[in-house]
Ligand binder design. Structure first.
Ligand code: AFP
Length: 343
């Protein structure tokens, strides 16, 4: 079969009425920026891009109070620069910036809002483990010419598109416009993303889970019980053995789930109770939830559907349970039934 490039795929999606010209240009620009991020990450130590941003005495920090890696900063700049001039965006928001970035006055403005985590899992860069970019696209509210943070606070169900790029042994883009989830692999010789899986389906059942077990003692009681039942294996209530994986790069963990099924959990725990969770709703949880749901999976906070949440802040954090549908539903049931239990 003839290879289908990302551009050909988007022309098909336009003909099918799934995207308009502006949105397909936006995705092309994001994909092109991600190719540049792939080149930067692949250079590793030879590109002088490893290690922390800022100086030894004054590390550069992002809005989350996390020390930034050089590649966090580089990837953020690549995405901002690529998206500024095309005329398809009203504003961008990023994990690395406190406030949304307006489009400079010298360029035309479009009707879309772009949110991204430019380099997720960046603590893995220096040890040469997969990292990734996550992005989400929203429509700019009617009549808004200078979008502020409040204009981005739309539920995940309002997303027009979402995707991630995993920079692993291969560079892979996974994308949805709300009509299925599709995978494209970067052909480095040709320099283009080529369709490698159309309409991905995540199996509803699984025997593989991903969680940071070192937080176990801090979890809430329903999570302790649920994971305890998985660990009990075929002698326990689930009657089967489970396998565990944890890359500590959400993009890599989600990509495994999108490829062979499984579940990913970052539950609430006593250490992160005040902040509401570890992962960010607008540019991590929502886009991943959209991708996973479009592939037949489920995504909840352990209690509610992620995409139904009304965001209250640009950098809001939430607990994340996503992947194979039946397993996510079961983990959610442990929490809901504990909440509903009397006394
Ligand atoms: P970094 O981008 O700071 O490395 O964080 C990665 C992440 O947000 C997500 O990609 C991982 O799934 C999760 O945090 C890893 O969390 P732990 O540090 O608790 O393993």
């Amino acid at each position: 079969m003839k290879p289908v490039s990302l551009i050909q795929f988007m022309i098909e999606e336009r003909r099918a009425g799934h995207v308009n010209a502006e949105l397909s240009l936006l995705i092309e620009v994001v994909a092109r920026a991600c190719k540049r991020i792939a080149v930067a990450t692949n250079k590793g130590a030879l590109g002088g891009v490893l290690g922390m941003a800022g100086s030894e005495d004054a590390l550069s920090m992002n809005i989350q109070g996390e020390a930034q890696k050089k590649l966090d900063v580089i990837s953020n700049e690549i995405l901002l620069e690529a998206n500024a001039w095309g005329g398809h965006l009203a504003a961008c928001a990023s994990e690395e910036m406190e406030d949304p970035q307006p489009i400079p006055d010298m360029y035309p403005k479009g009707n879309h809002l772009l949110l991204f985590d430019p380099l997720d899992g960046s603590s893995n860069i220096d040890v040469n483990i997969s990292v990734g970019t996550i992005f989400s696209v929203l429509r700019c509210p009617d009549g808004v010419t200078e979008p502020k943070a409040v204009d981005f606070l739309q539920p995940g169900t309002a997303q027009l598109a979402a995707g991630y790029v995993v920079y692993g042994p291969a560079t892979v883009l996974v994308l949805t416009f709300g009509h299925g989830t599709h995978e494209f692999t970067l052909d480095r010789e040709v320099g283009s993303f080529v369709l490698s899986r159309r309409d991905i389906r995540i199996p509803a059942e699984t025997a593989e889970f991903a969680i940071n077990m070192s937080n176990q003692r801090h979890w809430q009681a329903p999570m302790q019980r649920y994971i305890g039942d998985l660990l009990a294996g075929k002698d326990g209530p689930r009657g089967k053995d489970f396998n565990m994986r944890w890359v500590a790069s959400m993009v890599a963990d989600v990509h495994r789930i999108v490829t062979r099924g499984g579940v990913f959990y970052y539950p609430l725990d006593a250490k992160i109770l005040q902040q509401g969770g570890k992962l960010r709703l607008m540019y991590e949880a929502n886009p991943m939830a959209f991708i996973v749901e479009q592939a037949g999976g489920a995504a909840t906070t352990g209690r509610e559907r992620i995409m139904a949440l009304q965001p209250t802040a640009l950098h809001q954090r939430v607990p994340v349970f996503l992947g194979s549908r039946r397993e996510v539903e079961l983990a959610t049931h442990y929490h809901r039934s504990a909440d509903e239990a009397p006394g």
